[in-house]
Ligand binder design. Sequence first.
Ligand SMILES: Cc1ncc(COP(=O)(O)O)c(C=O)c1O
Length: 429
Amino acid sequence: MVETVERVRLDPAELVPRVLGRYSPVTVDRGEGIYVWDLDRTRFTDFTSGIAVVNTGHCHPRVVRAIQDQAAKIIHAQANIFAHEPMMAAAAALTATLPERLNQVFWANSGAEAIEGAIKLAKIATGRPAIIAFRGGFHGRTHAAMSVTSSRAKVRGHYEPLLASIYYAPYPYLFRNPYQGPAENADLVYFAELEQVFDQLVMADDVAAMLMEPVLGEGGYIVPPARWVQNVRALCDKHGILLIMDEIQTGMGRTGKMWGFEHFGVTPDIIAVAKGIASGLPVSAVVSDRALMDRWAPGSHGGTYGGNAVGTAAAVATLEVMRDEALPANAARMGEVLSAGLRAIQADYPVIGDVRGLGLMVATEFVTPDGAPNPAAVATVIERCLEERVLLLTCGTYDQAIRIIPPLVVNEEQIDEFLAIFRRAVSSL
Ligand SMILES: Cc1ncc(COP(=O)(O)O)c(C=O)c1O
């Protein structure tokens, strides 16, 4: 205890580079379920889930036990040198939640690294150079991952030149749809823009993959129309292009189903998984079909830590908790309560222009009286919630939205408490 207190007397502003932006002033000591405590034992409600990571709640006892037990057996069973049970059990448990053609798992350590792996696999498997990504997408901060990212210019800014042969098409953001004509056909206009990429920018048979988030995460929690996703899938099939779904934020039950793509009636060829997979240990995965994976020659990709024994033991426990506590179903139910409550607040306060999302991946977009993005209102509401010891994050290119992403173990009473605090915060504007 004394040691912990001594440690935080150190000043983060002195020791941590400012490139790591801080979203709250809290120095945390411990966490349990939807709550964390700081060093003064003040309790905060964590509706950030550590950026959509602790879907099983902070320090779920089964995950903690799995980590402790595995750490006492072997920590680093390097995957090129040894096979080990946690890694194989985690692959079996993960693929059991997926369609048949997603049956082999390459383990890595972060979301960005999974995206790197997915892009490399797609290039090798197709023998083609180009990738099509979607505007507003966020895929991580390593060089290739930031090259396919467009949620904010500052993620890519001043790092040019980026990876070559990346092309962009718009992602359907229907709340701010710039196209004229009937709203129910807007997705077709977005889709036509994607098709035009092949007429204007790149030959279809040079494209290895299209890379999309099933729901835009950092880009603003934007849910695309199912028909658009299905049309993208069909276009990929027509041209022999692989569809990579970035399930890093949408996966592991967050949207009320185990995987985001399940909402749209499509199956991707490759998925990237991270965040919620191991309840906070740095584990990620590229999942695909064995036939594709077999084209990845031994040694053409790898990593020292991928498939770490403690990390994959945590993944096994996480997947078991997900199943045994039916967390995706709880996310769907609690998501309905949350979204209904937010819509009731929106009805009283027009500063909330939009309430959107799936399951417990929900955001409220704030607008000025003339409908423009309103990041000032977002900042005030987040500040007021923090005063009531509730932690929240923004999303969207302009920080125009607040994302509300509690751990999936949240219950109705806790959602109601949050809604009362959020209403007070909005009313203070
Ligand atoms: C959809 C998506 N992809 C990729 C990443 C990058 O993950 P990581 O920060 O673990 O590299 C994130 C992180 O927020 C994400 O939300």
